[in-house]
Design a binder for this molecule. Structure first.
Ligand code: DHE
Length: 593
């Protein structure tokens, strides 16, 4: 059985395949394809509740790409068929197999491999899938018989190469809407800026700025396509928002009504942005990382003028093989040096980018583990924990010395911490926490080498949450609770609720959690009501959760009182279309989580 969440995207419905198998599916070309006779095995494998969480390269799918010349013997593809196949490939396959088909979390699909396998093999593989995690695109009905045939022929042809996106292309998209000289010199509104939440309205390509006290929408700002995250400048004046189309919008919160003052596009596909936070560099520079082309870009902070582009192509950290398209995943701004830490996903290196002199830029490569995705700092801000999600490992870096401390097993399957959660564990002292996409494990990792050296860099405890499909954990220095979402769990009652562990209870052998029925509290009765990403307000006494429904259905934000664990308010507005991430200005700029 194949489960599908339908996200209504700006360009229509995007199917996010919830194939229950490995969290990041891979095609093992060496194994035999599933035939009708072996299909039950594939089906049973797909019944587990572990969803893959794979990039959907929708922006690239809209690009018009040149069709590579066909050699005699290549299956014929008309220009129209090539365009259709490219679209399917970038939306469904490139997330695992790579834009150039040279492999990412999934295996390569270059013609030297596909031609050896042949048309029938490819057709059957696409139709029936494999126990290694290849979705059964044909038998699930996701692709028609004609589309499966098209994709098998497409894979026997040379891959298309999407264009690079260099300084010329960036400069052509760069706009300073309000020049720095024309911007306010002081705050021109009465809003408590530090308690604003920048809320991703994923499928309307907007962010809503919501006042933390009144819960009113202060304004909505048009941003890039399928907008992803917001990050805040060190002073708290500017919000940087990045869309999946790699468009960055810079919002000036000092304007009478906060609005976009500059924009730029840094590639075709992107997910991450951050700013310079070290003393002396506050609000000066910004950085954004792209999935395609594989590069990061340093920009002038207040104008977004692109200043320097750095390719992330290079050797993998372990086998030292060339990787042509390592994506840039999370970026972290150090509090200890003028540096950003950039997760270069497929190569498994963390680039420490010294921004003190961007002309003679120094980039130190810290080898960690392949498939680095997200992560966050410990409560002191010194130690950085990064999740190599497809390897079930966590890399730990000391940002004071700039060195890798250790890479450890996360204790569960496919760690996905978001920024993680820092708590003072009753037995083990300060720990950093992650939940997992692939199972119900919540892991606590010792993070205090000075006062609790015996626990440092070890998984000191694991507890069971509600189930797999967790994306984010959250706590706050003032909170006595740890919140764990299960957004992608296929069970509606699990994905629409949140588990809360009382921190004091973690001293018990088998601590129990309380379930908060956030979906029910929202009063919304339609849709799956997936609950995603808790975010605290500035004072740390309430936590906000998104109730994420389809574009055509009602969504909401539910605010929970952190002391009583009771419903405090529900924010509903027809404009709140597919709210997902929420970024409290103070907590985001100060790395409070
Ligand atoms: Fe995210 C962070 C990539 C899908 C909500 N997401 C990140 C980061 C990366 C990433 C690299 C870290 C950025 C940083 O810290 O600099 N996300 C991806 C994907 O590749 C993926 C799996 C598929 C895709 O095609 O984009 C993906 N992400 C999603 C979603 O479907 C989510 C749940 C809803 C949405 O809005 O799209 C989602 N991602 C988030 C959020 C964060 C995030 C809320 C920031 C968490 C935080 O607390 O900082």
């Amino acid at each position: 059985m194949m489960l599908t969440i339908k996200h209504a995207g700006a360009a229509g419905l995007i199917g996010v395949a919830l194939l229950a198998a490995t969290a990041l599916s891979s095609i093992a070309m060496a194994e035999a394809p599933q035939t009708q006779a072996t299909q039950p095995e594939a089906q049973s494998h797909q019944k587990s509740d572990i969803p893959p969480y794979v990039p959907n390269l929708n922006t690239l799918s809209g690009e018009k790409l040149d069709q590579p010349g066909q050699k005699p013997g290549d299956p014929k593809l008309s220009a129209d068929e090539f365009a259709q196949a490219n679209k399917i490939f970038f939306e469904r396959c490139a997330g695992c197999h790579g834009v150039l088909r040279k492999g990412a979390t999934g295996k390569p699909l270059t013609t030297d491999i596909t031609r050896k396998r042949g048309y029938e093999y490819l057709r059957d593989f696409i139709t029936y899938g494999s126990p290694a995690g290849m979705p059964n695109w044909g038998t699930s009905g996701e692709l028609s018989k004609e589309q499966v045939d098209l994709m098998a022929r497409y894979l026997l042809n040379e891959p298309a190469t999407p264009p690079e996106f260099g300084m010329k292309e960036m400069k052509a998209t760069w706009k300073v809407i309000v020049p720095v000289a024309d911007r306010p010199t002081k705050k021109m509104n009465t809003i408590d800026l530090d308690n604003i939440f920048s809320v991703t309205l994923r499928d309307s390509g907007e962010v809503a700025l919501i006042d933390g006290a009144s819960k009113n929408i202060v304004t909505r700002v048009k941003t890039g396509y399928a907008v992803h995250i917001s990050r805040v400048s060190a002073s708290g004046r500017y919000i940087y928002v990045i869309g999946r189309d790699a468009k960055i919008d810079l919002i000036d919160l000092w304007m009478p009504t906060p609005s976009v003052v500059a924009e730029v596009k840094i590639g075709n596909e992107a997910r991450s942005v951050d700013t310079s936070k070290f003393k002396g560099y506050e609000d000066k520079l910004a950085i954004a990382g792209a999935y395609w082309p594989p590069q990061f870009v340093i920009m002038d902070g207040p104008t977004l003028e692109p200043l320097k582009i750095v390719s992330t192509r290079g050797m993998t950290e372990d086998t030292q093989e060339y990787h042509p398209e390592p994506r840039v995943a999370a970026i972290f701004a150090s509090h200890f040096a003028p540096e950003w830490y950039v997760n270069v996903k497929e190569r498994g290196v963390i680039d420490a980018v010294d921004y003190s002199d961007i002309t003679a830029l120094k980039v130190r490569e810290i080898p960690a583990e392949r498939f680095l995705h997200d992560g966050g700092f410990d409560r002191s801000g010194r130690y950085l924990f990064v999740a190599a999600n497809a390897r079930n490992r966590i890399g730990i870096v000391d940002t004071k010395t700039g060195r890798l401390i250790k890479v450890i097993e996360s204790g569960g399957k496919t760690p996905h911490p978001g920024r993680g959660a820092n708590i003072i564990h009753p037995t083990y002292g300060p720990v950093w926490t992650t939940s997992h996409l692939g199972d119900e494990t919540v892991s606590f990792i010792g993070a205090d080498p000075e006062k609790h050296p015996q626990y440092a860099w070890k998984v000191v405890q694991t507890v069971a949450g509600q189930g797999g499909g967790s994306l984010f954990v959250k706590s706050h220095p003032k909170s006595k609770n740890l919140y764990v979402d299960t957004t992608l769990n296929p069970e509606a009652d699990i994905s629409s609720s949140v588990a809360v562990f009382k921190i004091a209870d973690l001293a018990q052998k088998k601590p129990k959690y309380i379930t908060l029925p956030i979906g029910e509290w929202s009063g919304i009765t339609e849709g799956q009501r997936r609950i995603v990403q808790g975010e605290f307000n500035k004072d740390g006494n309430e936590v906000w959760f998104s109730v994420w429904n389809n574009k055509s259905q009602q969504s909401a934000i539910v605010v929970v009182d952190d002391t009583t664990l009771k419903l405090k308010s529900v924010i509903k507005d027809p404009a709140l279309i597919t709210p997902t991430g929420k970024f409290n200005v103070y907590n985001t700029r100060m790395d409070v989580y």
